[in-house]
Design a protein around this ligand. Structure first.
Ligand SMILES: [Zn+2]
Length: 197
């Protein structure tokens, strides 16, 4: 596995010796656009990773489809607090609450964690480790949250920065769903396949 200078932070997937791969990750759901994202991923046969805010996860959300269709679910905290502004104890509590809520609804172990805003300190890393979570950041930001009117730019931002193993930051947003078919096609055109974490 290729990691950043900090061995506890993951920016790249584990890779594959005989093929180039990237990993699509979607933050801040489960949101209303999730079924549309799932439809596109299913049609294109692309697995992805979803980092959910546990406060948004209700039993009625299509979480079952996410798992049945081969995607991974990680936690993105309980309610998107900036962990750098929380005490060490508050960080552990929030992270544990989010992990347990997702596990209680989905019935599956949660092993992946993405800090809200990508903000963390040494206590965040320690809290994640204590709870058996790997801390996942990203190598490529699509900047999709700033591109509501320009979904094409989401594709450009990713394709210009592609490299083997790169974890790509996306969100459960309407413009991201609009860009997703073109994004998948563009990534494939450059010779990459899709991998989970
Ligand atoms: Zn977020």
């Amino acid at each position: 596995m290729y990691v950043s200078n900090d061995p506890d932070i993951t920016l790249f997937n584990a890779g594959h010796p005989s093929k180039k791969t990237v990993t699509l990750t979607f933050d801040d759901g489960p949101a209303r656009v999730l079924p549309e994202l799932l439809d596109i991923l299913k049609k294109e046969k692309v697995p992805a990773v979803f980092f959910w805010q546990s406060r948004l996860l209700y039993p009625g959300r299509p979480w079952k489809r996410v798992l049945e269709e081969g995607h991974q679910v990680g936690t993105h905290s309980s309610k998107h607090s900036n962990y750098e502004k929380l005490t060490p104890n508050e960080q552990v509590q929030d992270l544990r609450r989010s992990k347990l809520k997702i596990e209680s609804i989905t019935g599956q172990d949660v092993k992946l964690f993405r800090p809200p805003f990508g903000q963390y300190n040494e206590h965040t890393i320690a809290a994640a480790k204590e709870l058996g979570l790997s801390t996942i950041l990203w190598r490529i930001s699509s900047m999709d949250w700033e591109l509501k009117e320009e979904p094409e730019q989401i594709i450009t931002n990713v394709l210009e920065n592609l490299e083997d193993g790169a974890i790509i930051l996306l969100h459960e947003l309407t413009q991201t769903a609009a860009a997703l078919p073109g994004l998948i096609a563009g990534i494939r055109d450059k010779g990459y396949e899709f991998s989970l974490l």
